[in-house]
Ligand binder design. Structure first.
Ligand SMILES: Nc1ncnc2c1ncn2[C@@H]1O[C@H](COP(=O)(O)OP(=O)(O)OP(=O)(O)O)[C@@H](O)[C@H]1O
Length: 253
């Protein structure tokens, strides 16, 4: 089943140039789609349009077969719950004044009345936080610490735990490893792959790093100057039909 479908999406910040130019793509249940392209090609703009942070100038977004343009309040809330994000900078994503356990509980407390969790169980706040810390391979004592007492990799694990806590259908991962050292990057990619297998959600993994996208994703989309130039199954990356620009990217990865 298709989780999200984007059709002919357009977004411009100024009249002369489209930051996202007629982009269409879809993501299936349980699938990881990687979106690669150099800095400024429009990847984050596309993500922000998906998350409703930017107004789109054309095209449509359909979630669970419902066009967002026709969504009522309940549908929009359902969308907000089901599309979670993990950003590049975990320090900016966590409230410095909240203990880790309170950041982790926040999405659950917002949506608890409409949640029917399959994988996690809420028996108490403490037990819920411990389950989340365990699944992202962090010691449970970290719940009582503040963000500044954690490493970058640990903080990113917390933002991942927070995103999965309400079992969304899709997580938009916008350069989730870009601020980490190489060892932590590899560990976070492995964790994301393991979580996807055990929880079955879909990912849109945005990155300028084709090697990282290749490691995590089943399908890869390539953007340049706001346009989607190429989209293919990972196994077809070396196929001679690849777009010349994809071949250039492969040459440097
Ligand atoms: N808020 C904004 N106002 C005006 N122009 C913007 C804004 N955000 C992005 N742009 C422009 O839109 C284009 C696409 O930017 P975007 O951030 O989406 O690219 P990106 O591929 O995500 O880049 P990066 O990998 O560096 O984050 C760029 O030309 C950028 O300068």
């Amino acid at each position: 089943m298709t989780v999200i479908e984007i059709n002919h999406l357009k977004k411009s910040y100024n009249p002369d140039k489209l930051a996202v130019n007629d982009v269409s793509l879809s993501i299936e249940e349980g699938e990881s789609l990687g979106l690669v392209g150099e800095s400024g090609c429009g990847k984050s703009t596309l993500a922000r349009c998906l998350l409703g942070v930017e107004r789109v100038d054309g095209g449509s977004i359909t979630f669970n077969e419902k066009p967002l343009a026709n969504a009522n309040r309940k549908d929009l809330r359902d969308y907000r719950r089901n599309v979670q994000t993990v950003f590049q900078n975990p320090t900016a994503s966590l409230n410095p004044k909240l203990k880790i356990k309170d950041s982790l509980l926040d999405p659950y407390l917002q949506f608890q009345n409409e949640l029917q969790l399959e994988h996690f169980h809420f028996t108490s706040k403490q037990a819920f936080v411990e389950q989340l810390l365990e699944i992202v391979e962090l010691p449970k004592e970290l719940g009582d610490r503040y963000p500044h007492e954690l490493s970058g990799g640990q903080k990113q694990r917390v933002t991942i735990a927070r995103a999965i806590s309400i079992e969304p259908k899709l997580i938009v991962l916008d350069e989730p490893t870009a601020s980490l050292d190489v060892l932590s990057q590899g560990a976070i990619l492995e964790l994301l792959a393991t979580l996807q297998k055990s929880l079955g959600m879909s990912y849109l993994f945005i990155s300028h790093d084709l090697a990282a996208v290749y490691q995590l994703c089943q399908r890869i989309a390539v953007m340049k100057d706001g346009e989607l130039l190429d989209m293919f199954q990972k196994e077809d990356i070396y196929n001679s039909r690849r777009h010349e620009y994809t071949k250039e990217l492969i040459g440097i990865f």
